[in-house]
Design a protein around this ligand. Sequence first.
Ligand code: FAD
Ligand code: NAD
Length: 323
Amino acid sequence: MRVAIVGAGVAGLSCGQALLAAGAEVHWFDKSRASAGRTSAKRAFDGHVDLGAQYFTARQPEFRQQVELWQQQGLVARWRANLYRYQQGQLLASPDDQVRYVGVPAMHSPWRHGLDSNNFTLNSRITGLEYQQGWQLHDEQGQSFQGFDALVLAVPPVQAIQLLAHDDELRQQVPDSMLQPCQAIAVKLAEPVRHEATAVFVKGRPLGWVARDDSKPGRQTAFQQWVLHCTPEFSQQQLTSPSHELVALAIAELELLFQQEIKLLDSVHHRWLYAIVDAGQAAPGVLISRRLPLVLAGDWCLGGRVENAWLAGRQAAKAVLHV
Ligand code: FAD
Ligand code: NAD
C-alpha cells in the first residue's frame, strides 16, 4: 500500500511512522522547509529556539508508553520548570505535580527520528487532489505526484477544507474556525533576568506565556533566551503588527513581570496563524471519508496539544489500514 500524507506535523509524522511499521510505503508532503509543523524549533541566535509548542504532557497510556521509549532513546527529557503565575500585578510561585516533557536536543527530535529524507517532499504546498483508481496530488509549483492508494490530510482545518472540494460530506464535518493565532517572540538578553522563574503563566496581559528556553534540557546557552507568547485574543488584534513593535512589547512585558530593566541582544518573531485549538469548540474526532480512501487527522480532531496530535495520527493510521 502506498500512502500520501499531506502535512508532516506531529499528526502526519506519527501516522506515517505507524504505517511504515505496518509495512506500508509512505510519502509526506509539506509546504514548509522542514517537518514537525507547530513543534518545529526555529533557527535563531546561532542555535534553535522553541517558538511553537513549549512542552508536552502525556496523559493517555499509549502516548505515555511512547514517551518512555523516547526517553530511553535520549529523544525526550523531563523539563522541571520553575513555574510562576502572574496575575493582578503579582508574580507568584505556582508549582504543581504535572510532569512536562520536551524533545531533545530540539522539540521536533522525537517525531522526526529515524525518518528517511527521501520519503519527504518539502516546500510543496498541495493545492489540488484527484482520485481515479489512485490519488493524484498537485502542488503550487505545478508538480504532480501520483500512484497513492490512500491519502491522509494531516493539516489544520482551514487548509483541509481548501483541499476537500471533491468531498462535500467530509468538508462539512471540518470546523473552520477552530484554530486561533499566536504571535511568538524570542529574545536573547545581554544581561540575565535576576529571578528564579523559568516559566510564567500570565493572566490579564497581552502575553499568556513566558519561558526561559535555555532552562530546558539540552538547550544551555551563554546568554539567557526567553520565549514569549501573546494570548490568542491579542494575537488576533495584532495580526499585522510589525515585528519591531511586538518585540518592544515583549521587552516591556518582561520588565513589568520581573521589575528590572531588560537589555536586548537579538530577537526573532514568528506569527502562527493557526496555532492553538479553541478549547470551547467540540473536537470532531479523526474523520474518515465514506466514499474514498481518505482520512483527516490533526490536533484539532481530539482537542489540541501535542499528545492529541500524536494520538490522532495513530488513529488515522489504523483507519487507513482498514479502508
Ligand atoms: P501542524 O503541526 O500544524 O502540522 C500540519 C502541517 O501541515 C504543517 O507542517 C504545515 O506546514 C502543513 N501543511 C498545511 N497545509 C498544507 C498544504 N496545503 N500542503 C502541504 N503541507 C501543508 N501543544 C502542547 O501540547 N504544548 C504546548 O506547550 C503547546 N504550545 C503551543 C504554542 C504555539 C505557539 C503553537 C503554535 C502551538 C502550541 N501547541 C502546544 C500545540 C501543538 O503544537 C499542536 O497541537 C501540534 O503540534 C499540532 O500538530 P499537527 O500535526 O496536528 O499540526
Ligand atoms: P498543562 O497542564 O501544563 O497546562 C494547561 C493549562 O493549565 C495552562 O495553559 C495553564 O493555563 C494552566 N496551568 C497548568 N499548570 C499551571 C500552573 N502551575 N500554574 C498556573 N496555571 C497552570 O499542559 P497541557 O494541558 O499539556 O497544555 C500544554 C500547553 O499547550 C499549555 O501551555 C496550553 O496553553 C497549550 N495548549 C494548547 C492547545 C492547543 O494548541 N491545541 C490546547 C490546550 C493547551
